[in-house]
Design a protein around this ligand. Sequence first.
Ligand code: UDP
Length: 239
Amino acid sequence: MEKRELLYEGKGKRLYKTDDENVLISEFKDDLTAFNAQKIGNEEGKGALNCKISTQLFRLLEEHGIKTHLIETISDSTQLVKRVSIIPLEVVVRNIATGSLVKRLGLKDGTKLPFALVEFYYKDDDLNDPLVNDEHCLMMSLVKSESDLEELKRLGREINGILKKFFEKRGLSLVDFKVEFGIDVEGNILLSDEISPDSCRFWDMETNEKLDKDRFRQGLGGVKMAYEEVLRRILEKKD
Ligand code: UDP
């Protein structure tokens, strides 16, 4: 597969065209950003860690029947992925209240939620990715139909169920996470982007230590060590 011109550069990844119009190369960057890129950092090796973590998790989800854009990992920090048209929604699933939910609703940080809460945020940096409801999504044609919205919620919950169980076996509580979906040339909804400590919150079930990007957001240090620890636990054989 030949790497061609840069198609898009985001905060965490670069996407390149290839000689196949339906296949892209996704390169994970070492950059770290938080608060809509108001805080910027760089951690050497972070891109490769996220690439490995995301590859493992996408494979796990594929084994459970979730369709993803991942074709294969071709180097430490690059993947071959199917070209999709990204649905401009961040699908956030929460098991424990923290972050923006606590700020918005005044809940106590760390409260276990009675059910997995699914939220949609409109992907727009200029607007600071606002929370949107179903009717906003339909009114702005962010999705084709109400059934696509239901499908995104169903997929979010299903992914949560699989990952939560997987991480619990490894001593990590999956607090919340964000996923993105795209539509491929055949019209399938595919899990896209990445699942990594940049897009999830993991708390150690014994020590409550944060093992995710909150270490960067909150200036706690030890970012790379935390990501390495998440990868180590993912690679532990448990079944
Ligand atoms: N998240 C993300 N990208 C974003 C916003 C949130 O990956 O642009 C993830 C974040 O890592 C967390 C979950 O989505 O796992 C919920 O984040 P929250 O809404 O609490 O936002 P934050 O407190 O990070 O602003």
